[in-house]
Design a protein around this ligand. Structure first.
Ligand SMILES: C[S@@+](CC[C@H](N)C(=O)[O-])C[C@H]1O[C@@H](n2cnc3c(N)ncnc32)[C@H](O)[C@@H]1O
Length: 131
């Protein structure tokens, strides 16, 4: 149920994002707190599919995509990286992948570089309240 809700939210966010401005020809997507289990790729995979679905439906050229997975440095990124290969197989247009180890309290990306940020079941891990 949680996964279906997240899927709907991401699909809606993609529609908002893609229809509110001119569709960018390159997009960066990030998941904060991806963990390393079977769900590590779930949100970003939904986002990639939603972008491709939107472009197909509205006959727009799909953007090149870059997908970043973030978690704390002691996360099992070896396993995450092996599973990222499945996204990397999409070649037309290219989907590139990477990891950004570190706390999401800190700077993870260069400025104005990320189009969509997803995060599921991670924010309740917050140890600080940002105001
Ligand atoms: C309950 S898991 C959720 C995993 C996945 N997003 C899901 O929905 O199944 C929470 C994850 O958030 C990560 N996390 C917690 N605090 C974090 C922080 N400050 N920066 C980055 N990741 C964090 C944890 O390491 C953990 O992998």
């Amino acid at each position: 149920a949680q996964q279906n809700r997240m899927k709907l939210l991401i699909e809606r966010a993609i529609i908002d994002l893609c229809s509110s401005t001119l569709l960018p020809d390159k997009m960066v997507i990030a998941d904060l707190g991806c963990s390393s289990g079977p769900n590590a790729l779930a949100l970003v995979s939904v986002a990639v599919e939603a972008i491709h679905g939107y472009c197909l439906q509205f006959q727009q050229p799909p953007p090149e995509l870059c997908v970043f997975l973030n978690d704390l440095p002691d996360n099992d990124f070896n396993t995450v990286v092996k599973s990222l290969v499945t996204l990397r197989r999409i070649n037309d247009p290219v989907v590139l992948t990477g990891v950004t180890p570190g706390s999401f309290y800190e700077r993870l990306f260069i400025s104005s570089s990320v189009h969509l940020v997803c995060s599921s079941s991670s924010l309740h891990w917050l140890s600080k309240v940002q105001v």
